[in-house]
Ligand binder design. Sequence first.
Ligand SMILES: [Zn+2]
Length: 244
Amino acid sequence: MKLIKCTNCGEVFEEAVSPCKICGGVIELTISLTGIGAESSVGILGSVSETNRNNCKHIKYNAPSGAKSESSLSNSQLTGFVKSPIDIGRQGENRVATCIKNHLTKIGKHYHDAESHDDRGEDCALIIDNENVFIQIVTMKPSDGYWKSVAQGSGDIKLNLNEAASAIKSTISQKALRYQNRVNATNNMLLAIDIGHFGTLATNEFAKIYLDNYKDPAIEYNFGAVWLVGPTENNILRLGSSRW
Ligand SMILES: [Zn+2]
């Protein structure tokens, strides 16, 4: 369910375009996550609220797990926090896979589910436009010890986009290292980097910074695609070239 309203006067609109026509306030788009990640925790309704104003993008995410986070992208700085319970890794996989599927539908790709082999490191498998695609999911780590700190209560994040690009780059290269002796293993792999709690990073501005600093990750490491996957299908960044 989608709700678009002014954060100031509460007027409800059809389109999420700030400023509010009535009072000039900031318009907020809220999406209730009914289906996504419903298996991880029954009874909690997740929601994602997004606002854009004066070149500041802000996302407030109440995860179905009970975790809460906020992230902002402004003046080339990613700031925010994540509050426990920690819901990364296995717990996040269902949501990431759902976001990817919804995004494929959104961009007009046809897919259906395929059998995945966990022992081969496949978190999820799809057939996209008649091609077998394996999805491998990995969570962004903003800094060493970050998720440990979230597990103990909460973790703050403050990175400029060069630092964020460096964090994403090391996540990708660590993953690639695992497949370095299997030349064709990554051809049909969609590497999904879970940025569920840092959804504001899924912007063209970040992609540009990344690609100014580093090579196209799909080409450099021979992945089929590298996607950053935020809390919903509206917060997905296909980083560099993507076969899908
Ligand atoms: Zn208003």
